[in-house]
Structures are given as C-alpha cells and as structure tokens.
Design a protein around this ligand. Sequence first.
Ligand SMILES: Nc1ncnc2c1ncn2[C@@H]1O[C@H](COP(=O)(O)OP(=O)(O)O)[C@@H](O)[C@H]1O
Ligand SMILES: [Mg+2]
Length: 248
Amino acid sequence: MAKIISMINQKGGVGKTTSICSFSVALSLKGKSVLLVDLDPQANLSQSLGIDGSENNIYLALKGASEISPIKVINNLYIVPSSMDLNALEHEMNNEPGREFLLKELLEPVKDQYDFILIDCSPSIGLIALNALSACDTFIIPVLPHHLSIQGLSGLADVAKKIKSRINPKLKLEGVLITQFSHRKVLHRDVQIALKNHFKGRLYDSTIRENISLAEAPSTGMDIFRYAPNSNGAEDYLKLCEEFLSKQ
Ligand SMILES: Nc1ncnc2c1ncn2[C@@H]1O[C@H](COP(=O)(O)OP(=O)(O)O)[C@@H](O)[C@H]1O
Ligand SMILES: [Mg+2]
C-alpha cells in the first residue's frame, strides 16, 4: 500500500516542483515504485519530465471523464500529468458533494501498485490543495531560508490542523526541507536554527543547495540525475532520499 505524500507550500518558487521531481527520481533509482500526481495547472512537473498532459491528465480524471491512467517516465516512475484546464475545476465542482475527496477516491484503486504516491501542489490553498491534503498520509513543506518565507508557514499549519480535525484525521507532517540553502550565509544558518527549534526532528538535516543545474534541467525534459549526475543538486536530493527512507 503506497504512502501518499503532498509537497505543499502556498508560496510559489520555494522548490516544490524541483524537489518532487528530483526526489521522486532518487526514490525510483533506489528501487521504489513511485506515482507522481501533478496537481498544478501550470504543469511544471509534467513538463520538467518531458510529459505532455493533453490526454490522461488529472483534470479529466477528477472530472470523472476518464480513469486514472499513469504514464511511464522511467523505470519505477509514473506520472498523471496536469493540464491548464485544472484552473476551471474549482468553479465546475462548486456544487459537487464531497468535492474535497475527488483525488482520494481516484487514488484508492491504484494505491496497491506503488510504494509512494507524491503530489505536487499549486501555490494556493484552494479546492485542489484541499484534495491533496485530504488524500495524503503526510506532507512535506519545502521552504526558502528567509524569515519572510517561514512566517507564511503558520497559515499552512492552521489549514493542515483544520483538515486533520475535520476531514483527514491521519494527516501528519512528514518533513520540512530547506531549499536554495547556502552554508556561508549567516541568515540561512539562522533560519535553519529557527526551523530546527520549531519543527524539531521534522526538519530534514539534508538541505538543498542553490545549484544552477537544478534550474537548467527542466527545460531539457531531463531530471537532475540524467542532466547533471555529478552536480550538487543530484548529490543533495540523493542524500534527502536516503534520510527520508531511513525515517520510514
Ligand atoms: N536548489 C535550487 N537551486 C537553484 N535553483 C532552484 C533550486 N530549486 C529550485 N530552483 C529554481 O527556482 C524556481 C522555483 O522552483 P520551483 O521548484 O518551480 O518552485 P515551486 O514549485 O515551489 O513554485 C525554478 O526556476 C527552479 O528551477
Ligand atoms: Mg511548482
């Protein structure tokens, strides 16, 4: 039975998509079978992996117009791509009873086939994010090492708390991941200490350094392990994957 994990932060540009892309490939290289669900209408995750979402996309499946039909990316890694149409879902599902559970219902029949299902969320807390948080067992929060960036986390914690008490009692924080980190910057180290004090063992010791290869890889349709296997980015996400697996 797969563990379902959402990558979530209502801020954009914090490394959700980069992390889910690189982390999922690292998991697949370790022999874990992984299903990705791209829940961001911008479809950055699908594009980063070179997958076109014109058919078999999550919008059609959530609308009930097609079954969930994952596309193979590489060995052990599959994706249900996104589509811009997903922007319309919130409006179209306005009167649908149980509309927070659409994704949970869709994933139920395929859960047995994977070790992990990872959900990439858009930077907002609307119906789509509610569906992600209702369907998942745990969530990972990527954050940038700035004070403003961590101030926004209390809003996210409040939403997660409400979802846990009202619709998904098993929901737990999997971990908090610092991205675009530089050891040399005092500010970054200060924020790391503040996060460690707040989240205790839930803050990953692994951090993701700023790395140009991570920013370049998406436009090639290759993941970091194919695009730049010796880069800091590949090294950091592999380390994160090992830390994550050691905590399961
Ligand atoms: N560790 C990193 N080093 C350098 N650039 C990064 C890193 N992580 C992400 N980026 C770049 O930052 C931008 C935002 O990252 P992205 O993963 O798309 O964030 P989100 O999905 O949270 O909006 C992208 O252009 C991405 O390529
Ligand atoms: Mg994204």
